[in-house]
Design a protein around this ligand. Structure first.
Ligand code: HSE
Length: 436
């Protein structure tokens, strides 16, 4: 082995581990030429050393015990790709303690325990790279941390969960049901080990917490991210949305209004002609408005072995360069101390437009009762559709509102759902870009 090389050990040989190993091995010569020194993949550890991952590793690289990597004095960079919280946390903390830099794709761990990890990194003067934790192939961490540092970031709107976007796209375009679309996404290796994280918005919330911390210079605030997933979205709502000229997307939103910040993940109706509305399948997109740059949209594959492997390799190369130039201890502007200037808004305080789908009995006077309750809560109707005619039976009645307060909407719907002329719970979706 060459002395001037930087040595890498990967822990976890699943989808992303395979993509990362593939790139490091196949592009070895090119990486060496560009970096000026070799990056050597010395070991990969995984409890399953038998499964065929479609990749040929040099003899002796694959080992069962991850401690082989943590205790190898020659290894400079440990890549944690086991996922989950507790085991991954131990691996990272031990690696940092042993004087190894860390690269991870583990958004759940960073969102939940980032404070402890970055503290340990600072203490041990080690780098922690996490480009692959948000939006797979899109280098959004680098963009927010480095490229936009001269900006005050005002708004972020992200489609940052490929699985949900894949499901919503399939439901919209191929009219397949939720379950089959989820199964396809799992088969393609996009979903988390626990797919409820994808479909319940938790994965997007993890990523939003990381992005918001970097963008606004605030502590990691996962608990303050309002989180709602796509399991309640029906083909009927997708169809009504399209009749109003909208698409439904699982959006991660971070907005600044004066000293207030909104952090929320929920299915959102967006005008169909917005660029971000055209983001399909497993692709991710992040729209960022900086005060200097104005609006910009970053787009690319958000999951999968090679796209995410590409992000992991970018961190490995960055850290290797830092090691070579003695510039380590550089990647620390996440999880900043509390900023007394900024306050994260409670969900009931937000104000936006809404889509409401009532299940109302088709008879005279019903609409006036519903709109009466809305009016008494200061909610103004913008447009309305009632499609079917079924005298004395329940039919869907759909309304779009002007901007209203979430608190008023929740209270009004509670009252409306108790009316004898309304059957079933009213569906409501938040609308962005509705007030044209
Ligand atoms: N399960 C994630 C997604 C993988 O679907 O986007 C990438 O983080």
């Amino acid at each position: 082995m060459k002395k001037d090389a930087v040595y890498v050990g990967i822990i976890g040989f699943g989808t992303v581990g395979t993509g990362t190993a593939n790139i490091l091995l196949k592009k070895r010569k090119d990486l060496e030429r560009r970096l000026g020194f070799p990056l050597v993949l010395k070991r990969i550890a995984d409890i399953d050393t038998k499964r065929d991952r479609g990749i040929r590793l040099p003899k002796g690289v694959l080992v069962k015990d991850f401690r082989t990597i943590l205790n190898d004095p020659e290894i400079d960079i440990v890549v944690e790709l086991v996922g989950g919280i507790s085991h991954a946390r131990e691996i990272i903390l031990e690696a940092l303690k042993n004087g190894k830099h860390v690269v991870t794709a583990n958004k759940a761990l960073l969102a939940e325990a980032g404070r402890e990890i970055f503290k340990a990194a600072r203490k041990n003067r080690m780098d922690v790279g996490f480009e692959a934790s948000v939006a797979g192939s899109i280098p959004i961490i680098k963009v927010v941390r480095e490229s936009l540092i001269g900006n005050k970031i005002n708004n972020i709107y992200g489609i940052i969960n490929g699985t949900s976007n894949y499901i919503l796209t399939k439901m919209t375009e191929e009219h397949i049901d939720f379950k089959s679309a989820l199964q396809e996404a799992q088969d393609l290796g996009y979903a988390e080990a626990d797919p409820t994280f994808d479909i319940e918005g938790v994965d997007s919330a993890h990523k939003l917490a990381i992005l918001a911390s970097l963008s606004f210079g605030i502590p990691l605030s996962l608990k303050k991210v309002y989180t709602e997933g796509i399991t309640g979205i029906t083909p009927l709502d997708i169809q009504f949305a399209s009749e109003f000229g909208y698409k439904i997307k699982l959006l991660a939103i971070a907005k600044r209004a004066g000293k207030d910040i909104e952090l929320r993940v929920h299915p959102t109706m967006l005008p169909g002609d917005y660029l971000i509305s055209g983001v399909k399948g497993v692709f991710n997109a992040i729209y960022i408005e900086g005060d200097a740059t104005g609006p910009a949209l970053y787009y690319g594959k958000g999951a999968g072995a090679m796209p995410t492997g590409s992000a992991v390799v970018s961190d490995i190369a960055d850290i290797a360069r830092n090691i070579k130039t003695g510039a380590v201890d550089r990647i620390h502007d996440v999880d900043m101390p509390e900023n007394p200037e900024l306050r994260i808004k409670k969900m009931e305080e937000i104000q936006t437009s809404y889509y409401l789908r009532f299940s109302a009995i088709d008879k005279p006077g019903v609409l006036s009762r519903i709109s009466g309750v809305l009016g008494s809560h200061d909610i103004s109707i913008k447009s309305m559709i009632q499609k079917r005619r079924k005298r004395e039976k329940a039919v869907p009645v759909v309304m779009m509102t002007h901007e209203a307060k979430e608190r008023d909407i929740v209270q009004a719907l509670r009252q409306i759902d108790r009316l004898s002329v309304v059957s079933g719970k009213t569906v409501y979706l938040r609308v962005e870009g509705g007030e044209k």
